[in-house]
Design a protein. Sequence first.
Length: 569
Amino acid sequence: MSEPTRAQRLRSRITVEGPDRVAHRTFLRAMGLDDEAIAKPFVGVMSTHGENTPCSLSLRPQAEAAKTGVSIAGGTPFEFTSISVSDGVSMAHQGMRMSLVSRELIADSIELVVRGHAYDALVGFAGCDKTLPAIMMAMVRLNVPSVFVYGGAMLPGRHQGRTVSTVDAYERVGALHAGTVSLNELDALERDCSPTVGSCPGQFTANTMAMVSEVLGFAPIGSAMLPAVYSDRIAMARHAGQMVMRILKEGGPLPRELVTRESLENAAAAVAATGGSTNAGLHLPAIAHEAGLRFTLDDVAEVFQRTPLIADMQPGGRYLARDLHEAGGVRVVLRELLRGGWLHGDCPTVEGKTLAQVCEAAPAADGQVVRPAESPIHPTGGVVVLKGNLCPDGALIKIAGLKRLRFEGRARVFENEEACTAAVRERRFQAGDVLVIRNEGPRGGPGMREMLGTTALIYGQGMGEAVALLTDGRFSGATRGLCIGYASPEAARGGPIALLIDGDPIRIDCEARRIDVLISDEELAKRRAAWRPAQPVRLAGALEKYAALVGPAHLGAVTHSGNLDWPLE
C-alpha cells in the first residue's frame, strides 16, 4: 500500500468524522460552516492584533488576507488571536517584567488552541518584539505545517530635516537632563518620531527576529523588511495562506525540519552581520529548545565571532528597515554571507527551495546599506558574547558603532533598575564608572526587564562610552553604548554579579571577548561563602509561576523541558 498523503491523515478529522462527532459539527455549523467547509483541512490563522501598540495595529488586515489565501487554496481558515505586551509602553517601569513572560504565554496559548481544536496547519502574524519568537517557538513545538509572517516596521519620521525614529525619543530624554535640549524641542520630536503603525524601524529586536524568520525558512522571502503600511503586505499575506496549504497538501518542510543546527547558525550569522539585537542570543536558544536541540549562548558566540559585520543598520549604524528593503531586503545580506562562505546554503525554506536558491536572484550589495563580503564594516559580528570570572556563562554586548572596545572602571552597584535610573537621571555618576544593575534576571526580576530607559538616558547625556553598564537583565535592540546584559549566571542564582561591591575594578575587553572583576579568587570565594540569596517575595499570578519555572538566560530562559511528539489521536 502506498504511503498516505498528509491530506489523508488530517488531524482535524478527529473532530468532525463519525456519528459521535455530531455535537462538534453542530458547533461548526453555528459558525456558518457548511458540509463543504467542514470537509476541508482546518487552518489556524493567528495574530497578536491589538490596540496596545502600533506594532500590532496592521496585523488584522494581513490575517484576513491570509484567510483568503487559505480559502482559495482549498482550506477552511479559523482566525484567533493572542496577547502582546508593548515593550515601548512597558519600558522603564514594573510593567517591563511582563514582556519576556509574554513570550512563553503566547507560545503556550497557540499550543492550546491548535492542539485543542486539532488544526491541521498554522499561519502566524507577529508585530512586537516577543511575539515573533513566541510564534516561531509555538510552530516548532506543534510541528504542523506553518508559515510565519512579520507585520512590518513603521516608516521613520522627519524632524528638523533629518530622519528620526523611536530611539531618538528615548535618547533625547537624556539630553533634556543634561540641559542640551529644551522641553519644547523634546515635545516637537515626540510628535515626529513615529508617523505610521508598525514596529520600531531600526535593526532592533522585532526587525532582527523578522530577519531570523526568513533565515530559518519560516517566512516568505522578502517579508522581513517590507514596511507595515505597504500594500504589498496584503498580497504577501494572501500568498502565505496559499503557501501553508501547499505545504499541507504536498508535504513541504515542517518546522522541526527547518530548525536545525545549521539553520540556527545561519540565523546567528545574519544577526551578527547586521548588528542585530542582543535579544537574539536569548531567543535562538529558546527556538532550538522547542526542536529538542541544545543551542546555547556559547554556540551563538562561536558564530558571532566568525561572521563579519556587513550591514550598516541602526542603532549602531545609519540605516533602517525601509532602507534595507529598498536595497533588496534580507536576501542581499544572505547573498553576501553565502558568497563569503558564512552560511549553510542547503537549508530548506517554506518557499520549497533551499536558502541558497531563494538568494540566487538577490541584488548585489549596494556598498552603503550592505557592504560586499570582502570589505566589511568590522571583521567580526556586531554582537559579542563576553565571558570571564564575572560572567562565566556569558554576557552580551552590541559592538556595532562602538568607538572603543576596551574599558576598565570601578563598579557602582545598584540592586534594581529604578535605583540606577534615579542616579543616572540626577547625574550621580562619573566617567569611568561601571554601573551594575543586578537582581533583574529571568528568575530574580522576575521577568528580565529591558534597560533601554536607563541606557538611553546615559547615551542622551553624551556618556554612552564614558561609562559602562552591566546587568543580568536585558537590553532593547535599540540600546547602544558600552552596555553588557544577560549576565549569566544571574544574581538570583548566585552568579558572580551578586558578589560585587562598590569600587571593585572591572575590565571589559570586547576584542578578547572577556569581562572580569580584578580581584583574587580567594576574595571571590570568601564573598561567595558569605552570600545568601535574597528573601523570596510573594509574587502570585503569572510572575510567581514564571519565576518557579524559568531557566537561565544562556539557555534561552525557557520554562519547560523540551520538545515532545504529542499524540493527537
